[in-house]
Every structure is written in structure tokens, then in C-alpha cells.
Ligand binder design. Structure first.
Ligand code: PMP
Length: 451
């Protein structure tokens, strides 16, 4: 039978029937099959070891193999394997209290399973909040160009990267996109801070033109991660926060990547003094990727609006697995380790004493800018420093391929339009040893310098 034959042919080539895997971009490439992880390293089927320089998908904050986390999950599964949050269970109650403590003000938390769902939840809360506070026409959500906020249709609508959307349009109505604080390629003159503040001004202009009475929320990451590791001036974050307050627009801070120590604070926005978002969404580092969990933390005064007028005001949103007891138990253990092992202090120290060595690459002709906050680093690669033309895809592939050959997994991203994915990413586990970081730095430097 033809189908069977083809299947056999493929299977002989070692291609699996799994759809997700990235090697689909290059069918000739061998599919990497991981079998074991230890700290910042994993081993593939052939026994080759790799350092994971991007923490999986920026989520493996504590690295592989923490037995306490596995035990916390096993204990919880033995005790109460599943329970819906239409009622409640202790791990979710404890975790909600912990999240509120970490955010420094009283927040209520709604649990989901992923970052996309956490953002979807935030959009629905924002729309219903305004609906129930006498502003039913406030429904639009603003995000920034280059931002990534998830893959489901609502979160994708906030994701302003053309190439991720083009085959799925039309996306959800009511999502607008505004110019990002991207000083390296800004249309504005002046210092980085000045150009970022102009980007904030554009947000305000947009609100005025659209009519503030139509805008429900503004969603932002403190540091655009998937769109090329863009690090704005903290004044930008403070300014957009003020603008949102002035116009009764809820500020949703997407901490899916930047949360749980990645940037040298528990949450990235905490780098901007005085900023306290209305909602904070999180996933990834919340469990260090050990189990899926997403969360939308909402200021208590917003939550209160859902408690008035009896049943009609409640939030009509249910998730079968959201806040799974085992995932919450894992998150609690993950946070306990981050605190007990002073992981955040460690990130701050090693970000300066080790990872910052990668800034030396700025003397290379193809390096346009090196951007870093904590253990989140992006190297913008260009053909030459004057034109800032993004480095050709083949040259980027060569750098990433060389790293892989030497046993280092490293990523690249940008605005996802072909030819513009020219930012090399390093985001190693926060527990990486000094030797691991030396390996990452040396391997990446020599791959880039081989150009
Ligand atoms: N927000 C940001 C900033 C992200 O980077 C991601 C995932 N890369 C998401 C949301 C979506 O998270 P998930 O893949 O868990 O749905």
C-alpha cells in the first residue's frame, strides 16, 4: 500500500509522526530527540550532550532534574490527583496567596494552563470589568508591534508579528497595535530614552484618536522577548503606566517570559519603580516548565467588580485543568527554591560577572547591538553597522548550526518576517553553573567571530 510504503520510508529516515517539532522547517535536518536532562544540559538519542542556552522556550528556569519538584508533583497526585477550581483546593489557594505576596499588593489569581490562556483570561476580564463599571463601549485592546502574546486566536490578535498571523486572519476584532520602544531602529532621533518616550507618546496619540472611551486595556511585556529582546528605558514603562491610569485603561503586564527571576527581579516590571499593573499574566517560569500552568493575577479592586450584583456579575470563564493541583504544588516548590537558593541574587551577580562578557561582541562588524537584562540577552546581527541591514538568514543559520555542532542550543528571533529574524537569543537556566555560562559565552562568541 502506497501510504504505508511512504510511512515506512519516512520512518526509515527517522522522521516521527509528531507535528510540533521545528525540524519541519528543514525536512533534511535530523530531528533532535531528547531523552534525558540534567541541570542546564540534555542528552539526545545518540548520546550527544547539549547545553540548553534558551531554557527550552525560555521556561526551564531551574534547569532539569530537581527531585524536590518531581516529588512535590508525585505527592500531590497521590493525595488529590485532580480537582476543579469551580470549587477549590489547597495548592491553588496557597499559590494565589504567594503570587499576591510576590507582587507586593493584593491580587486575586485566576489559573489556566499556559501563557496564551493567561492572556485570553486577562482580555476577557478587561472587557467585562469595563462592561460592569458603566463603560460597555470600552472593548479595544492595544499591544505593541513585534510583541508575542500567544498562539490562540485572542492572544494571536494581540501578537503583532505579521508573519505569525497572515495565514490565520481575520483575527479577533478590537485589537490595535502601536509602535514599540525599539530605540535601535527607532524613527525618532535622540537618545534611547527620548525615542522610547516618543513611542509612549504615540500610545497616547492612538488613545486620543481612537477615543479613550473605546479602549479596555493595554498589554505589554516589560521587555519584548520573542520580538527580539527589546529593552526599553524604565521611564517608558513608567510613562505608559501613567497614560493607562489617566485614560482608565487597564495595564496588563505579560510576565510569561520575564517572570520568576529571568531579569534579575521576581517580575520584570519591578525594575520600573512605582509601576503596579492592573493585571499580571504568567506561565513558563512559574513552574520552571515542570508542569503546564498559567495565571492571571488581578488587582483586588478589579476582582471586587465581579462580586457585585449577585450571579450576573461573575466571570463566565472555566478551565478544566487550569490550576491543576499537581501544577500548583510544583509552582509552590519552584518558588520556594527560587527564594531559598537566592536565585535572583545569583542571576544579578552572574549576569554582570559572566553573561555581560557577550557585550564585547559589539566590536564585531556584524553585531549591531547587544541587549541584556539579567539572564535575557539578545544580539542584533546586521550586515554592517551603518545600514543596519539584518544579517542574511544563511549567515544566522551558520552561527546557530556551529553552536549546535559544539553542543550549544541557541535561538534567534525578531519580527518573524523572513530576513528580519536577526536577533540571536541567550536565556540560559537561572541555575546554570559558571562553567556552563563560560561554555555558552565561548561557544557563541567563537561562532559569531567565525563570520
Ligand atoms: N506571552 C509571551 C511573552 C510568550 O513568550 C509566550 C510564549 N512564548 C506566551 C505569552 C504564550 O505562552 P504559551 O506558549 O504558554 O501559551
Amino acid at each position: 500500500m502506497k501510504v504505508k510504503k511512504e510511512m515506512n520510508g519516512r520512518l526509515e529516515k527517522k522522521e516521527s509522526l509528531l507535528w510540533n517539532a521545528m525540524h519541519r522547517f528543514n525536512p533534511e535536518a535530523e530531528q533532535l530527540v531528547a531523552v534525558k536532562g540534567e541541570g542546564s544540559w540534555f542528552t539526545d538519542e545518540s548520546g550527544k550532550r547539549y547545553m540548553d542556552g534558551v531554557s527550552g522556550l525560555w521556561c526551564l528556569n531551574l534547569g532539569h532534574g530537581r527531585e524536590e519538584i518531581a516529588e512535590a508533583a508525585a505527592e500531590q497526585m497521590k493525595n488529590l490527583s485532580y480537582f476543579p477550581l469551580t470549587m477549590s483546593h489547597q495548592p491553588a489557594i496557597k499559590l494565589a496567596a504567594k503570587i499576591s505576596e510576590l507582587l507586593g499588593e493584593e491580587y486575586r489569581t485566576f489559573f489556566a494552563n499556559s501563557g496564551s490562556e493567561a492572556n485570553e483570561t486577562a482580555f476577557k476580564i478587561a472587557r467585562q470589568y469595563h462592561n460592569q463599571t458603566g463603560n460597555p463601549q470600552k472593548y479595544k485592546i492595544i499591544s505593541r508591534y513585534r510583541a508575542y502574546h500567544g498562539s490562540t486566536l485572542g492572544a494571536l490578535s494581540a501578537t503583532a508579528q505579521a508573519n505569525r498571523r497572515v495565514k490565520y486572519d481575520p483575527t479577533v476584532p478590537g485589537f490595535l497595535h502601536v509602535y514599540p520602544p525599539y530605540s535601535y531602529r527607532s524613527i525618532f532621533n535622540g537618545s534611547a530614552e527620548e525615542s522610547d518616550l516618543k513611542a509612549a507618546q504615540l500610545l497616547e496619540e492612538m488613545i486620543n484618536w481612537e477615543g479613550e472611551e473605546t479602549i479596555a486595556a493595554f498589554i505589554m511585556e516589560p521587555f519584548i522577548s520573542g520580538g527580539g529582546v527589546i529593552i526599553p528605558s524604565m521611564k517608558y514603562i513608567q510613562r505608559v503606566s501613567e497614560i493607562c491610569k489617566q485614560h482608565n485603561i487597564l495595564l496588563i503586564m505579560d510576565e510569561v517570559v520575564s517572570g520568576y527571576g529571568r531579569t534579575g527581579k521576581m517580575f520584570g516590571f519591578q525594575q520600573a519603580a512605582g509601576v503596579q499593573p492592573d493585571m499580571v499574566t504568567m506561565a513558563k517560569g512559574l513552574t520552571s516548565g515542570y508542569l503546564p500552568l498559567g495565571a492571571t493575577a488581578v488587582k483586588s479592586e478589579i476582582y471586587d467588580v465581579f462580586q457585585k450584583d449577585g450571579k450576573d456579575s461573575h466571570f463566565r470563564h472555566v478551565s478544566t485543568y487550569g490550576g491543576h493541583p499537581a501544577a500548583c504544588a510544583v509552582a509552590l516548590k519552584n518558588i520556594e527554591i527560587i527564594e531559598n537558593e537566592n536565585i535572583i541574587e545569583r542571576v544579578n551577580n552572574l549576569a554582570q560577572s559572566k553573561l555581560a562578557e557577550l557585550h564585547q561582541l559589539i566590536d564585531h562588524k556584524n553585531v549591531g547591538e547587544v541587549r541584556q537584562t539579567g539572564f535575557l540577552l539578545g544580539i542584533e546581527m546586521v550586515e554592517d553597522k551603518e545600514s543596519k541591514t539584518p544579517l542574511a538568514d544563511e549567515k544566522l543559520a551558520k552561527i546557530i548550526g556551529l553552536c549546535k555542532e559544539k553542543g550549544l542550543i541557541i535561538g534567534k528571533n525578531g519580527d518573524t518576517v523572513p530576513g528580519h529574524n536577526n536577533v540571536i537569543i541567550a536565556a540560559p537556566p537561572l541555575t546554570s553553573t559558571e562553567e556552563d555560562l563560560d561554555f555558552l559565552i565561548d561557544t557563541l562568541q567563537s561562532a559569531i567571530r567565525s563570520l
